[in-house]
Design a protein around this ligand. Sequence first.
Ligand code: NAI
Ligand code: MG
Length: 499
Amino acid sequence: MNVMTPISDERLSAAAKAFLERPKQLFIGGRFVDAAEGKRFATEDPATGATITEVAEAGAADVDAAVQAARRAFEDTWRDMAPAGRAGPMFKLADLVGQHLEELAELEALDTGKPVAMARALDIPFAAEIYRYYAGWATKLEGRSYNLALQGDPYHCYTARQPLGVAAGIIPWNYPFAQASFKIAPALAAGCTVLLKPAEQTPLTALRLAELVAEAGFPDGVVNVLTGFGETAGAAISAHDGVDKVSFTGSTEVGKIIARAATGNLKRVTLELGGKSPNIIFADADLDQAIPAAAMAIFGNTGQVCNAGSRLYVEKPVFDKVMAGIEEVARSLKVGPGLDPDTEIGPLMSRDQLERVTSYVTKGREDGAEVAVGGSAIGETGYFMQPTVLTGTRPDMAVHREEIFGPVLCAMSFDDSDDIPAVANDTRFGLAASIWTRDLSRAHRLARSINAGAIWINCFGVFDPNLPFGGMRESGWGREMAREGVEGFTEEKAVTIRL
Ligand code: NAI
Ligand code: MG
C-alpha cells in the first residue's frame, strides 16, 4: 500500500500542517531549544506506521536545565504573584486552546490514532475546561483556623497552604492533551512551576501547547516541556533532587519505579495507574442504556483507557440479551484512521501495543476462553484491531486479572448478587466500577462495598473537573481534579500564636 506522508495529508488543516513543518524543540525557560546532545526521535502515525515528524529528545542535561529554569521562575515570580495574576494567563491559555480546537484535535488524532471527532468533542475541549476550572482555584486556596484541644490559654491557630515548588508531570499516550492539563493546571493554580514530559509515542500536542503557553503570557520557565523517553528523561525527572513533586499517569509497573526513584529527596508522588474495572449489569437495569454503555466502556478509545470497563458481569436472566447487544455494537463500529471523519474506533497506539493486546487474546484462548466476536488484528497497515469479546473467562486467567489496554472485554454471568462485592473486589486494582440497576438501595450498598475510586451508577466514565478521580490499591496514590487535585500541589503548615 502507498503510505501517504502525513504532513501532506489533505485531511489536515493549514494550521496543523504549518505546525508540523515548524522545528520541534524542547521548551525550557520560555525558549525553544534543541536537546543538549542534539538527539531527535520520530513520532509515527499509528494508522499507517509512517513517520509524522521528528522531535527533540531530552536527556539528563535538558532535564537539569528545565528544573533550574522552573526553580528560578518559582522563586522569582510565580510563587509570590497575586493569585489573580496567576489566574490571568491560565484563563488566556484556556481561551487559546478553544480558539485552536480544530488544529489541536487533528494533531491529536494524527499522533494517537484516535477519532478526530472524539478529540474535537472531548479531549481538547475538556482540557480547555480544566485550565479554566483551575484558573478559578488560583484565587480560592485557603487554610482553616483551629482551636487547641489541650490548651486553655488563648491561642490563635491556623493552617496555611504554600506551593510545593517545582512539579513534574509524566503522562501517557492515550489522552495526551487532556492528561497534560490534569498535571499543569492544578500545579499552576497552586503556585508551582511545571515540567511536562509527554509520552514518547505522542509528543505533538504537548509541543503545540508549549507555543500556546508562550502566547498566553506566562513568565519564562513557569511551564517547560521536555519530549523524550521514559527510561532516560522520565527517570532523570523522577530521581532529580530539584523536583518537589511528580504527578504520573501510566502503567502500574512504571508507577512503582517512579515511587522508588522519588525516595532520594522524598518528593511528593501522585500516581494514576491502571485498572481492571468491573461493570455490573443487573436484570432490572435499563438495558437500552446499559448495553451501548458497556460496549463503549471497553471499545471507546480502542480500550486504551485506565478506567475501561474490562470485566463485565451480567445477571443470568439478561446475559444472552446483553451479549447479543454488545456483539452487535462490536460488529458495527467503524474502525479506521483517526483522521477519517466517520471513524468511531482508531488503531491501537503502536505495534508493541497491538502485539501485546493480540497476545492476550491468544493466551485467553489457550486458557479456555471463547472469542464471541473479534479477536484479531485488521489488515497489514497500521495497528488496527477488531473490537473483541471473550466469554467463558475465569478469575484465574491472565486476561481476567491483568490490564490489557485494548478493545477486549471479558464477559461473565452471575446468579447470586450477594457474590458481587467479592467478585468485583477480586483484583489488585481499584480504579472504577459501574453498576446498572433500578434498585437504588442495592446500588448504594454496592457503592459502599466495592473498592474503587470512582463508582458510576447507571452511567459510565463521567468525568468532571470538580469531581476527584484516582485509584485505590495498585491503581494509584492520591486524587486528581477538584479541590483535592490542586491541594495535592501544596504543603500545609500549622501556625500557632500565643495571644
Ligand atoms: P508507561 O507507563 O511505560 O508510560 C507512561 C509514561 O511513563 C510515558 O511518558 C513514559 O515515557 C514514562 N516512563 C516510562 N518508563 C519510565 C521510567 N522508568 N521513569 C519515568 N518515566 C517513565 O506505559 P507504556 O509502556 O507506554 O504502556 C504499557 C502498558 O501500560 C499499557 O499496555 C497499559 O496496560 C499501561 N498503561 C496504562 C495507562 C493508564 O492510564 N492506566 C496509560 C498508559 C499505559
Ligand atoms: Mg513502558
